[in-house]
Design a protein around this ligand. Structure first.
Ligand SMILES: [Zn+2]
Length: 200
């Protein structure tokens, strides 16, 4: 097997860190990248190096957003701010959006409670949720987390946190899949799980 130049090898190692990309896949990405025009390579590089300055979290819901700005959903006056759907991450938000059933807004936790990993919710985007509920006179919080142990623990934690707010707290009739790809293919199921949501 011939050796790649060091700088190419380093690039391959970066691509390998993507979920689902193995050594061969990483090599294919890098080899096709090396076929690009110089200007395209430079543009790609500057987009990546600009991420820390340009990409941040929506100050309202915690979703992905241009740094210092609201996300598209929070900016959209047609979304119903009295209905909040709590999700783990942006990938799950996208799967719910793809089902075209939900017209409210989101609250993105950025993780789940996982006692085994000593994660008890301190690092989750939860502190602002009660304030959002009060400010927007929220009527319902829909908890759309996975049906795994962590998802259930997180759902119960949030339900307990909101027990003194006089709002409806519901959850999907089934958990949403963890992998975004599965979820994308399965938006009909997610739509049905949303319509058939149950009190928590
Ligand atoms: Zn937002």
């Amino acid at each position: 097997m011939s050796q790649y130049p060091d700088s190419v090898e380093q690039l391959i190692e970066f691509f390998r860190t993507f979920r689902g990309v193995g050594r061969r896949g990483a090599e294919r990405y890098v080899l096709s990248l090396l076929d690009w025009q110089e200007s395209k390579i430079r543009e790609f590089g500057s987009l990546i190096s600009g991420i820390p300055d340009k990409v941040g979290h929506c100050p309202e819901c915690g979703s992905l957003a241009e740094k210092g700005r609201l996300c598209e959903i929070c900016e959209n006056p047609r979304r119903d701010v009295t209905s909040i759907c709590v999700v783990e991450s942006f990938a799950q938000l996208q799967s719910i959006e793809n089902s075209h059933v939900f017209k409210g807004v989101y609250h993105v936790l950025g993780g789940k409670i996982s006692p085994l990993d000593d994660e008890y919710g301190e690092n989750l985007n939860l502190a602002s949720l009660p304030e959002r509920i009060e400010r927007n006179q929220v009527k319902e919080v829909i908890i759309a987390l996975g049906a795994d142990v962590e998802g259930r623990a997180t759902a119960l934690y949030i339900a307990d946190m909101l027990k003194d707010c006089s709002i409806r707290v519901t959850q999907l009739s089934q958990g949403i899949p963890a992998g975004a790809n599965i979820a994308f293919a399965d938006s009909a199921t997610i739509g049905a799980a949303l319509k058939n949501r149950m009190e928590l």
